[in-house]
Design a protein around this ligand. Structure first.
Ligand SMILES: Nc1ncnc2c1ncn2[C@@H]1O[C@H](COP(=O)(O)OP(=O)(O)O)[C@@H](O)[C@H]1O
Ligand SMILES: [Mg+2]
Length: 383
């Protein structure tokens, strides 16, 4: 088995200035060679599929699946950015329309959300391409870290991976050199479209790892490589709704994530990486289905409580519905944007607070109300 795996190891090539850059084996056509489908891997494919089936079923009983997806996209954007060191909270991301925090980390997450939405929408009409990846990259890095990151362009200079601030000489890994990046991305694109008969989940694992190895952009490769997973799985209709996001799993197992990517490069150990990825799909899908169920039950229980205990307040259900869509919102905005006079809003919220449904916090922009338990379910893993 080891001999088979070694077939998939790339080579290091000495560059004109003396350093060694890694060039992977091409994937197209039919790579990686000779994957070993042992019992563990076969079981994991089946478990991951079953978990996805459960997640699919849950979206059918959600009253507003698009809202749930929108939250999940935001959460994924945050988690994927957190893996790369972005520091902000889901509260800030959810409140972004209120211009309370136009700080850089939040702007990065907002870019990510836009990039994801653009990608998902584009793929409904046009096929996946390098050009689309570049357009998405442009949005991902727009206005964030300046020109030297070349938004929308493949790298022009050698990049490297390693501890923050390390030099090329100290790098843990030096990916594909810039002069052949386009060629290798062409190969990745062909592989994406090839009908390889592989289960799409395995293909997604392979594409992500290969993309990280090429590291085609000067920055943003981690985030874009994770978007690539979503794009493939949505395009192949693995799920009815775009609800499978792996960043929480990658964040919680970050060192294993990095190590297994390195093992693919250095040992050709695709199987180890694919198994890890499938475990991620299985666990994340079960978690997402569980979260959806918890949210459905909570909303049902709180609506019942509102009907039973505060029926005199005619706006109570309307305001509760707004809070479900905006679980962090300033009291002023709630009143203005939804045309409910301030005293009514305040009175209703006070009733909600008394019953533990909401709590208040103070921001520079004024009083902010949070749908406490609902928000804490959504936030799991982001703090
Ligand atoms: N030590 C490592 N070993 C293997 N892969 C790594 C390592 N460090 C980082 N990576 C990969 O590189 C990505 C970060 O690349 P980068 O271009 O900086 O992306 P971003 O700008 O989204 O942070 C990580 O998410 C991971 O996929
Ligand atoms: Mg980075």
């Amino acid at each position: 088995m080891k001999a088979v795996a070694m077939n998939n190891v790339g080579s290091t090539i000495k560059q004109p200035t003396g350093y060694l850059a890694y060039v992977p084996k091409k994937l197209f056509p039919g790579g990686p060679e000779g994957l070993a489908y042992d019992v563990e891997l076969i079981n994991l494919v089946s478990e991951a599929d079953r978990a996805l089936g459960e997640l699919n079923g849950i979206t059918k009983i959600l009253k507003n699946p698009d809202l749930f997806i929108a939250f999940y996209v935001k959460k994924e954007a945050l988690l994927s950015s957190q893996i790369e060191g972005t520091e902000c909270s889901l509260d800030e991301v959810l409140q972004v329309n209120e211009k309370t925090s136009e700080v850089k980390p939040v702007a990065e997450v907002v870019n990510y959300i836009e990039a994801m939405n653009l990608g998902l929408k584009s793929l409904e009409d046009i096929p996946f391409s390098q050009r689309l990846m570049k357009e998405i990259h442009k949005i991902l890095l727009s206005d964030v870290r300046g020109q030297e990151k070349s938004p929308g362009e493949f790298k022009r200079y050698q990049n490297w991976i390693g501890p923050a601030g390390c030099t090329l000489q100290e790098a843990t890994f030096i990916p594909t050199p810039p002069n052949i990046t386009m060629e290798y991305m062409g190969d990745l694109e062909s592989y994406y479209h090839q009908d390889s008969k592989l289960p799409p989940l395995i293909k997604a694992a392979i594409l992500h790892s290969h993309f990280e190895t090429i590291h085609p952009f000067s920055d943003g490769n981690g985030r874009l490589g994770r978007l690539l997973i979503t794009f493939l799985l949505c395009e192949r209709k693995i799920l009815d709704k775009p609800l499978l996001y792996l960043s929480l799993f990658f964040k919680e197992h970050k060192s294993e994530y990095y190590k297994l990517l390195m093992d693919v490069r250095l040992k050709g150990d695709w199987e180890g990486w694919i198994k890890f990825f499938l475990r991620g799909v299985r666990n994340t899908s079960f978690e997402a289905a569980k979260t959806a169920r918890e949210l459905i039950n909570l909303v049902e229980a709180q609506r019942e409580l509102i009907s039973k205990e505060i029926k005199k307040l005619s706006y109570a259900h309307t305001i509760y519905s707004i809070l479900i869509e905006h679980p962090v919102i300033s009291v002023t905005r709630l009143s203005k944007e939804f045309n409910i006079n301030y005293p009514t809003v305040q009175r209703t919220l006070d009733e909600f607070e008394r019953r533990g449904i909401v709590n208040y916090s103070l921001a520079p922009s004024g009083k902010v109300v949070k749908l406490t338990e609902y928000l804490s379910i959504l936030k799991r893993g982001t703090e």
